[in-house]
Ligand binder design. Sequence first.
Ligand code: PMP
Length: 431
Amino acid sequence: SPHSLLLQNPKEAKILVNNKNPNSFTNLIKKQNLNLITKKNLNFTSRIHASAATTQTQIQNQTQTKPDSSDRVFNFAAGPATLPEAVLKKAQSELYTWRGSGMSVMEMSHRGKEFTSIIEKAESDLRTLLDIPTEYSVLFLQGGATTQFASIPLNLCKPDDAVDYVVTGSWGDKAFKEAQKYCKPKLIWSGKSEKYTKIPAFQDLEMSPEAKYLHICANETIHGVEFKEYPVVINGGLLVADMSSNFCSKPVDVSKFGLIYAGAQKNVGPSGVTIVIVRKDLIGNAQEITPVMLDYKIHDDNKSLYNTPPCYCIYMCGLVFDYLLEQGGLVEVEKRNKKKAEILYNAIDESKGFYKCPVEKSVRSLMNVPFTLEKSELEGEFIKEAAKDNMVQLKGHRSVGGMRASIYNAMPLAGVEKLVAFMKDFQARHA
Ligand code: PMP
């Protein structure tokens, strides 16, 4: 390590410092240690402590020159996405040492009492937010929502079991295709021929009586199609939902689902952790070929600590859950999300066709708003000008083109208002 190198061989350390960027963070610290080490009158212990102290001052100085909120852009990315400013600032203030522990959350043992308290509080706050019944387990897993496309059939059915999939967009389609490797999924409805702009009427769904579960994607991130209500599965079958892009954006009656899963990186944290909420009686029946990392029982028995979890991501999700509770919980969050979406969809609908959203009105997503320009040749210009005005990541997914504004929980109303003002101005100049 740099420390031991410095202590054993100051000469060698001097060479290390002499590389290209003398002001790199590493070199600043090495220089500092080197200065200390050459002060021969310092004994070993005081050198180490002095080094730690000066490093801390240095980091504090750096923090003071960090950009503030006026330097931030409105980030309309679909995920990883914008996070609440208050959460980022809290994380910043705790980055170097977490609440008197003497270390960063990134440096903690996942089995220590500090991290145990972090993961337990994150789970407990999420349970409060979503009012998760005690018969459900909450798992913090890795591999993204994509891994769940395989984990779900592996855990909930045998290779010959029938399951149903309703596909309302690209993510549901991916989930359906992955399930084909592990069971016998049937596509009972697809919105593909209508370019994924609709949700089916539930009475028209021909569910298979023997299906182990019905899978839906509650909000299709690319196409901007969102279930406003959920189908009831026949014969007491299970409803399984990918809620990656509308997780914690509104209250949900968890008891209607067998399993809910969501990647964190849209509404509740950074990428790296996937949350699975699963009814406890469904755990423990994984197919024999199930890799240990995909077996819900392993993770449930070990409280999501079977192996090293994504500790920092879980900590960040915990900060977001705490923040959402402080904001008044999901009823309040939904109100704000509805208001933001209404302003944006109104601007599109009132543009006399200059802007268009292809999605059927009753199922438009509160989170991801896709739209096109009647004069499609202006789309590049629209995205470029918006970016210049600090509104970034408005380009639609490469598979559908056009624009997409993702307006997750953490997108402030001011961001949507600014976008709408820009859209009106752009229209006035180009209509
Ligand atoms: N489902 C939905 C609805 C998504 O939006 C995404 C990611 N954008 C995924 C699944 C895949 O998630 P991940 O990248 O975490 O595997």
